[in-house]
Design a protein around this ligand. Structure first.
Ligand SMILES: [Zn+2]
Length: 410
């Protein structure tokens, strides 16, 4: 049994239309008009194909196919239709299109199933508002405080929710009981170049990276930038700059399995002619193993203190939020590997260096994930590209893995 390539291509094209940009990318942050349009189009495809379209309190949209066995569990598979601002066409949307194609192929072949099948598009995987919002809601991981003031834009968030017809109460009530689920599978682009470099068709994901976020605030003193001597000024930007260089050095020299990023600096008061009084550095750490991340955190906290002392500043190293490293389920990994084997495709196990919905779902049920190669490793950019043959290979692998897990007597 193989997927229908033409139908798959047509559906992928339909699902990448809303928010398409002139340079071949996709711009549909969660709850934007383009995002809601993409969801309307997916709902239309679901209904056209004769499946039941479902939406839960978190806005997660799914195609449900009942196996006819009373009280059966459900195997979920899918990804997300939202994108980062000015992102690419493959991130998330490919996984939804692959899952939907596998579902139709199985339904059309009238395979007797032991579990229900449900293809899901999770809300706000990219974190325009709340990272992995839909899958964390499904896994019962969200608390009211996560929805109070996300990204410091509480009012805009509540307006966006209303625009999408959702409420925070609904999001918090979207949790599913673990015993109703047989597992979760997801196909995604690698967003890196390990598969391409090693000329491997597929990556079987062993686990997800942990992501820890901090505000590192250097505090100096605002002074006249012209009349205060270079010796007497307390310049917060100097501490922030020294810390940024130290973060790179420490990560590279002592923690080669981790990465550190200072993605944003907010300088105040922020003028040509005022010595910077405060700089808030937005720091993010990623790693596979919690003990190593804890050691990196301690090392960077020391570096922040040293950088502050060197310039007569004070510093506050403030932990904001963590996504903890998560392992994928062994049986799910094997189902995907067997799928690749059966098709004669090369595969290797590798960790994911980005966060994904499978990470939240792993808290709820056995989860597995497969990567297809990203040309040049580009992602979160209009340069994102995966060869169509690789998309088809991925879809057929997903089809086989779902069959193995869902087939009656399988
Ligand atoms: Zn994604």
């Amino acid at each position: 049994m193989t997927i229908n390539e033409d139908r798959f291509r047509a559906h992928f094209d339909t699902l990448t239309r809303a928010g398409a940009t002139d340079d071949g990318g996709l711009n549909r942050p969660t709850f934007s008009d383009a995002h809601l349009e993409a969801r309307r189009q997916f709902r239309a495809l679901i209904e056209e194909a004769g499946f039941e379209a479902r939406t839960d309190g978190a806005g997660n949209l799914s195609a449900f196919f009942d196996c006819g066995v009373p009280g059966a569990q459900t195997l979920l598979f899918g990804s997300h239709l939202d994108s980062v601002p000015h992102g690419g066409r493959f991130d998330g949307t490919l996984g939804v299109a692959v899952a939907f194609e596998a579902l139709q192929t199985i339904r059309d072949a009238a395979v007797p199933l032991a579990v229900n099948l449900e293809v899901i598009d999770f809300t706000d995987e990219e974190g325009s508002w709340v990272a992995l919002m839909g899958s964390r809601a499904t896994a019962g991981m969200l608390r009211p405080q996560n929805l109070d003031n996300p990204r410091g834009r509480g009012e805009a968030f509540h307006q966006a929710l209303a625009h999408a017809g959702l409420t925070t109460d609904g999001i918090l009530a979207a949790a599913r009981p673990p015993e109703t689920l047989a597992g979760y599978l997801e196909l995604h682009i690698e967003q890196g170049s390990r598969l391409e470099t090693s000329q491997t068709d597929l990556g079987i994901v062993t686990g997800m990276v942990g992501i820890w976020m901090y505000h590192v605030t250097f505090q100096g003193r605002a002074d006249h930038a012209g009349t205060t001597s270079m010796h007497s000024r307390l310049d917060a930007a100097q501490g922030a700059a020294a810390f940024t260089l130290a973060a790179r050095r420490v990560a590279m020299e002592q923690f080669p399995a981790c990465v550190a990023n200072t993605g944003k600096m907010v300088v105040a008061p922020g003028a040509f002619n005022i010595v910077p009084e405060t700089v808030v550095v937005h720091l993010e750490l990623r790693g596979q193993q919690q003990p190593m991340m804890e050691r990196l955190e301690a090392a960077l906290s020391d570096e922040a203190t040293k950088a502050a002392e060197a310039f007569g500043l004070t510093v506050d190293f403030h932990f904001l939020e963590a996504v903890y490293p998560t392992a994928m389920d062994e049986r799910m990994q094997r189902a995907l590997e067997d799928g690749a084997e059966g098709l004669g495709l090369s595969h290797r196990r590798l960790p994911s260096l980005a966060g994904h919905d499978a990470q939240s779902m792993a808290r709820l049920c056995p989860a597995g994930m497969v990567f297809v190669p990203s040309v040049g490793g580009f992602s979160h950019s209009s340069r994102e590209f995966t060869a169509w043959a690789d998309c088809v290979n991925g879809a057929n692998t997903m089809l086989r893995a779902v069959l193995k897990l869902a087939r009656r007597g399988g």
